[in-house]
Design a protein around this ligand. Structure first.
Ligand code: A3P
Length: 337
């Protein structure tokens, strides 16, 4: 089945310019992007190779899809869900998260070779894992199709791009984060992570977020796609801020939602396992451990609510707040306090 509603166009001269000057040459995909206007999705042209495979991905009833706009707590949720449905089994947790919960869009961002180079496989890696790595490097979508057991799949694409009526076919967890912290986190990700190669200031990045000219496109369009489904019985819509406020409560709710009961003791173990400091040191859960990253570029940066206060003030803050107010009014989305 072709995804006929997914109509793309070339970027305008202004959009092209933003991406061209915004990035160094470390990943040509960041400069060569296209726009799906209706969805306001900006994505490397390479997505066209994967679009149909993604749309037609064979969904299983017991799948769990984690769908998010970037930097809204995806990795945290992947760790939570993948360990929850495996009874917080520490042996299972030794498997790198990328295998426990594959990122379906990753081949769009980097081709197989780059993916292999970007991930360090330690010498003592067991053979079965080297084999997994080999399969993974050949293509993440085929890798995920072949996964056995209950699958936890991650995507940053909004719902139009995912298998149609996904929410009727399996469980979906949508994680959202208030936009100012998302901007700050996304900016740091874009300058720190290999193969993003962003080279502008936070102020410029914030402007680009407000225009929706960043990787994975418009924050609000994406959020709206999840917000609309928030009352669907198979969808769990979760704010990053609520996970921070009371991760135990969120884990208990997830356990009910995923129909995977956990003892109180296991819930407490999971709360500990996914707490920021513990997860930061966990080499199989913190993506930094698999990349050649110095401490100052750690993927697990701060994990806080309200970090934006350290960056935005004055007229810049006013402009961002106006953008948020307009979009809240337009969409009816209620952000967390
Ligand atoms: P910061 O950059 O604000 O620190 P994603 O996984 O969607 O890319 O989101 C990454 C953000 O979630 C980063 O935010 C990261 O530090 C934060 N994060 C990841 N794991 C976390 C955890 N266990 N607790 C709190 N925040 C976490």
């Amino acid at each position: 089945m072709a995804a006929e509603h997914l109509v793309w166009r070339e970027l305008t001269a202004e959009e092209k310019h933003i991406l061209e000057v915004g990035h160094d040459d470390s990943n040509r995909n960041m400069k060569d992007q296209i726009c799906f206007e209706k969805q306001r999705m900006i994505i490397p042209r390479t997505y066209l190779k994967f679009m149909d495979d993604m749309y037609n991905f064979p969904v299983k009833k017991d799948d769990i899809w984690i769908v998010t706009y970037p930097k809204c707590g995806t990795t945290w949720m992947q760790e939570t869900v993948s360990m929850l449905i495996n009874n917080v089994d520490q042996e299972y947790g030794k498997l790198p998260q990328i295998f426990r919960s594959p990122f379906l869009d990753i081949d769009t961002l980097m081709d197989g070779n780059e993916k292999g180079e970007g991930l360090q496989v330690p010498e003592d890696t067991p053979d079965f894992m080297k084999k997994m790595m080999e399969e993974f490097s050949k293509g993440v979508i085929p890798f995920a199709r072949k996964m056995s057991g209950r699958r936890v799949l991650k995507s940053h694409m909004s719902f139009d791009f995912l298998p149609p009526n996904l929410e009727d076919k399996c469980k979906v967890v949508y994680v959202a984060r208030q936009p100012k912290d998302c901007i700050v986190s996304f900016y740091h990700h874009s300058i720190n992570m290999p193969l993003h190669g962003y080279q502008q200031s936070l102020s410029t990045f914030a402007e680009e977020m407000m225009k929706g000219v960043v990787l994975f496109g418009d924050y609000w369009k994406h959020l709206e796609s999840g917000w609309k489904l928030r009352n669907h019985p198979n969808v769990k819509f979760i704010w990053f801020e609520d996970m921070k406020k009371d991760s135990k409560k969120v884990i208990e709710e997830l356990s009910v939602f995923l129909e995977h009961p956990l003892s109180e003791e296991k819930v407490d173990q999971l709360v500990h396992h996914v707490s920021f400091d513990v997860m930061k040191l966990n080499k199989t859960a913190n993506p930094s451990a698999m990349m050649k990253l110095p401490e100052e570029k750690n993927f697990m940066r701060k994990g806080q609510v309200g970090d934006w206060k350290n960056y935005f003030s004055g007229p810049e803050l006013e402009k961002i707040d106006n953008w948020i107010e307009e979009n809240k009014k337009r969409t009816g989305i209620q952000l967390p306090e």
